[in-house]
Design a protein around this ligand. Sequence first.
Ligand code: FES
Length: 299
Amino acid sequence: MFVFIGIAVLAVLALVVVATTFRRRDTETAIGQLSGETVKRDRSAAAQRAAVPAMSVDAAATGQAGEQLSGSAIEAAARAERSGELVPAEDRPPVVYVPPDPETLGVSRRQFLNRGIVAMFSLALAAFGAAVLAQLWPRPTEGFGAKINAGKVPDIKDAIVAGGGFFYFPEGRMWLTDYPPSALAKAQSTYSFWPQVSEGLEAGVVALFQTCPHLGCRVPECQTSQWFECPCHGSQYNQVGEKKGGPAPRGMDRFPMEVNASNELLVDTGNVIQGPPIGTNTTGQEAEGPNCLGAGGGH
Ligand code: FES
């Protein structure tokens, strides 16, 4: 159903673009769309241009401007003009200046607006098409980018303990750590993405993307401080990925989590959630020992 709606909208937008383009081309011909005044001015200019060689011919053949000429006299004068024989300037009547049609000189306001509209429609069409394609593009069914079954929650918690507070899950490029039950109320009122992560947090687990939100390094854990500490520029995050120091613009990004009926944690690694803003501190966890990178973080 969504596909048909998308195709219909694309077709309508394409029609609008085509219609607008043809309208622009009509105006560029300067015929048919000109005002009556412009058409009249064009005709008088053409008549004046036609009159100029006739007067030159008259001058060449008889020397008296305005006199009625025979056809042979006109042809003779025209031949003389083509062969390069100059007609004395004083015998020519002054050429009347005809201002050029501004529409033929450059881009008029109307043309500018039309082209702007076409460009905007084209951009909108391209963006919409890209969005439709992105929706239709098949998502991976396994590995990073898919919804990954990380295992039963008790097993994950055991793995976190075994890893000294951190469980690295390479298939999902993520860290799994404990989320303390005492912080749930604060998380619910603080995290804008609470509905996407609530099931996992209520089960006591958080799934953090391994990539540093500063410039993309992989963030390792620091066993002594029980924080994450990025070796590239020294950003530091507490155990649930809230920023504690360094140049990162926010906390660690994370993934939506669900817990199914079998008490298994499902992590949607195809949908990265931006980390919480600087200053977020739902758990109040301070460094539990020496920092791996120094207390002040990097530059
Ligand atoms: S990439 Fe991690 S602090 Fe710069």
